[in-house]
Structures are given as C-alpha cells and as structure tokens.
Design a protein around this ligand. Sequence first.
Ligand code: DC
Length: 225
Amino acid sequence: MKKIKIAVDGHSSCGKSTLAKQIAKHFGFTYIDTGAMYRTIALYAMRNDMIAPDDTINQEALQANIGNIKVSFLKNGHATLDGEDVENQIRTLEVSSKVSKIAALKFVREAMVDLQRQMAQNESVVMDGRDIGTVVFPDAELKIFVTADDEVRAKRRYDELTAKGEEVTLEAVLANLRERDLLDTTREESPLRKAADAILLDNSFMTREEQFEVAKNFVERTMQE
Ligand code: DC
C-alpha cells in the first residue's frame, strides 16, 4: 500500500483531533497531535519559570534548552515530556492560555516541525495542527481544513473540560478560544490559514460520525489516485 500523509488543520477545538484519530484508526495510520507538542513545550516553560505572571516568555532560556527537551508520544497517543506522561497536564485551561504565545516563537516552531517531519518518515500519518498543509507537509496527499462556529466549539470544549472536573465557565472558554483564534491567525510565524489545495470541512452542524463519513470518502479517493 502506498505511504500517504494527511494534513488536518483548523481552528482550536473544532474536532480536528477527533477526526484525525478516527481516520488513523480506520485506515491503520499513525496519528500525530502537533498541538500536544506545543502544549508540552508550554508546560515545560511553565514548570521552569520561563513564563512571567504577565505572560512574558524568557525566550533566551527556552531557546537555550529547546534542543534538550524531549517531546514524544506513547503507543496510546499520550504526550510525554522527558519521558513523563503529561497528557492530563497539557489539557488544562492554564496551559491552553499560554500555549499560543509559545507556538508563535520561531525557534520553537522550527524544532517541532523538524520533529514532525522525522515522525512521518517511515509510515503513513494523519497529522493535526495549524500549519501541516501549509508548512510541515505542503506536499501532503490529502489536506483537510476543519472549522466550526466559535460558540459551537466553545460549548464542546466546555463540556469536555467540565466532564474532567475542571471548574470553568462557558464565557471563559469562549474568550480563551477567541483569543487563541486571533493569535493563531495573526502571528507572523506560520499563521493558521487554509492551504489553497485543502478541502474545507465545516462541521458546525455535523455529528462526529457524519464528519467521519465525509472524510473517509476523501481518504479512500486519495488512496485510489
Ligand atoms: O490544537 P491545540 O489546541 O492543542 O493547539 C495548541 C496550540 O498550539 C494552539 O495555540 C495552536 C498551536 N499550534 C500551532 O501553532 N501549530 C500546530 N501545528 C499545532 C498547534
């Protein structure tokens, strides 16, 4: 079977990772959550006091250490930081509120993009993120750009966080999401944008299953090409 790369890009909390995981599971591809990689770097910076209370980042210290930070994934998909499973720690609202600034740093992006390309060397991958179709794999065989209305996205994220016991309000989640959308789309380094050859998938009014059916057809068509 031919080896393919599938890029799933889009806004925060729009169901990209759910879709990417469904595709990976169905077709037996490797799933790579690139947002988790930036979140892991943000967690590292927070733990090492590299982010001041006013959100200023000690870029020098982070840059000096970036080559030594080990970001990886376990077989079950959990992200690890220097070997420690940090899957729960990287999903908090606190990390979510810091990560966009970390992801805007050029040296952080360069390090993560290198790692992402290495991860796709020997296998078919489904990678979700913001710049996969535009920067990481401009030659991806299939590019899907997922989006949904921001209030729909906030409600989904709110339900996810409260189900895990986090005490948050819908307003705070919506505000965080809008702020991240703004930072992600307006930053200088690899801003979030749809690649010209990506297929747009708006899932505001779709169930997960409906969304997967649509995407499955895209993948099957790509594999026949
Ligand atoms: O998809 P997510 O919410 O877990 O992503 C976390 C942050 O990382 C978000 O602010 C966007 C950023 N990100 C990025 O800049 N490039 C990627 N390929 C993936 C995520």
